[in-house]
Structure formats: C-alpha cells, structure tokens
Ligand binder design. Structure first.
Ligand code: 6PG
Length: 257
C-alpha cells in the first residue's frame, strides 16, 4: 500500500512468537544501519503487552550482542501517569525486560518524568529533553529512526485515543491530555512527531484487534475515530500482525513482504 507520502507494508506472522522475532530482527537491522549512517539510533519504545516478548528477545543473543547498544538512545512514544515504579509504567516494563540486561549507558535512556506528578509539566520536560537530544532543529521536527507502536481495539495508538484533544495538537511535540475512557491523564508524542519518523513499526496481535485492524488498513471510517489511520510517516510504516489480528483482512489487497 502506498500513502500520500509514506510507504507501508503489512507482514502477517503465524503467531505472536513469530511477530516478536520479526520485530526484534527489524529493530536490530534498523539500529545497526542508523548507527553506521549517523553514529546513533533514536528509538521510541511502546508500552502495552504486545512488545513484551520483543523486549525479552532483544535482551538475549544474538540481539544482545549484535545491537550497538552504546549508540542506541531510547525514548517512549507515550507514558502512563503512574509512579515510575508502578508495574504499568512503560519505562519500568522496558527496564525490567530489556534495558537493565543490555550494555546501554544510563544517559542514553530518556524517559518521561512522571514523578513530577503534573502531566503538563512532565510533557513539557519530556519535550525539552527531546529538543536537547536533537539539538537546534530550527522549525524542523525531530526524526526518530524507529517508533514502535501498538494499537488498541478502538484504533488508538500511543496515547492518542479516538476523539481525544491531543489528536489536534500540531505545535507541541509532546502533549498531556485527559482520556475520558480511562479516566486518566496520558502523555504522548503528537502526530507531527510520529509522522516525521524514519520508520514506524506497529505490533498488533490477537483476535480482539481484528476489526480495528481491518478498518484501519482497509476501511473508510472517520480518521479521528481511528487514530492509527493517521500514522503516515515521512519514512515507512511496517505493520507486523499475527494471523488472529489479520483474520478480517483482504490479503490480496495488501503488499505483503
Ligand atoms: C499503552 C500504549 C498503547 C498500547 C496499545 C496496545 O499505554 O499501553 O500506550 O498504545 O500500545 O493499547 O496495547 P497491547 O499491546 O497491550 O494490546
């Protein structure tokens, strides 16, 4: 499939194990290529349950040796407004499964400072941190080498849920907003930044996502109703999906690789 500016591909994996293996392999290839080209690789991790196995794989051989961890910089596409040590904090999850198990310098880990206990301040602080990492870009947007995203059964990605305020944010790189269906605040990268990535990789698994996936890739629903449809990066988007999630797709319409 080809969007207005981005190119996208869908790979249907037999199950979550194969999906995770593919995701870890792509992560490693993208990281090695970026490090050769520019000396570093800036990656945004995602939360949710789907990437857990990918993080576990990346912490093991061959990935633990082949990824140039000292030149990888880790960010997050979104974060939950929960204490840093709470189990559903995205940074905590990635730390436990991956970041404490590979030789990545602590200064390369750029997390959302949720301990500020103020979502707006934490979002501003996180944006400053991204700005200082990328240096003076003038009016340009930061370009992450890889952004990992999950998708919810309602079509949300990162913490951009259907109908939420943050979907309209075009000035800030990071925003904090209230998500009524969760009765919680979330901090998230905004669409302009997500769409300026060199590569976005969606990981989508399970039958509960089948309907949303079909609507996002092949449906015609209102864009704001399905935030994942708004992801059209400058670079490429790869959908790694398992057979259960792909069960409603018209496969012959997809450019599979
Ligand atoms: C989160 C993420 C969210 C997640 C999707 C998919 O807070 O968990 O922000 O965007 O990636 O909800 O989650 P699962 O992988 O758990 O299905």
């Amino acid at each position: 499939m080809t969007g207005s500016k981005s190119s996208s591909a869908v790979k249907v994996c037999s199950d979550r194990t194969e999906l995770s293996q593919q995701a870890a392999t792509h992560f490693s290839e993208i990281a090695r290529r970026a490090v050769v080209e520019q000396g570093y690789c800036a990656v945004c991790l995602s939360g949710g349950s789907t990437p857990r196995e990918t993080y576990e794989l990346l912490a093991r051989e061959p990935f633990s040796s082949e990824v140039p961890w000292s030149q990888i910089h880790i960010f997050w596409g979104d974060e939950r407004c929960v204490p840093p040590d709470q189990a559903d904090n995205h940074h905590r999850m990635a730390s436990e499964l991956l970041l404490t198990k590979v030789p990545i310098p602590s200064q390369n880990i750029h997390r959302v400072p949720v301990e500020l206990n103020d979502p707006t301040k934490a979002a501003e602080e996180y944006e400053s941190l991204i700005r200082s990492f990328f240096g003076d870009l003038g009016k340009k947007l930061p370009s992450f080498d890889l952004i990992l995203l999950g998708m919810g059964a309602d079509g949300h990605m990162a913490s951009l849920f259907p109908g939420t305020e943050g979907l309209n944010e075009i000035q800030s790189w990071v925003t904090a907003h209230y998500v009524p269906k969760l009765d919680a605040f979330r901090i998230t990268l905004t669409l302009p930044v997500l769409n300026n990535a060199r590569q976005v990789m969606f990981l989508v698994s399970g039958a509960a996502k089948a309907e949303a996936l079909q609507s996002v890739l092949q449906g015609s629903a209102d864009l704001l109703e399905l935030p994942a449809r708004l992801v059209r990066p400058e670079g490429t988007v790869l959908w790694l999906v398992d057979q259960s999630a792909a069960s409603l797709l018209e496969l012959e319409e997809l450019s599979l690789n």
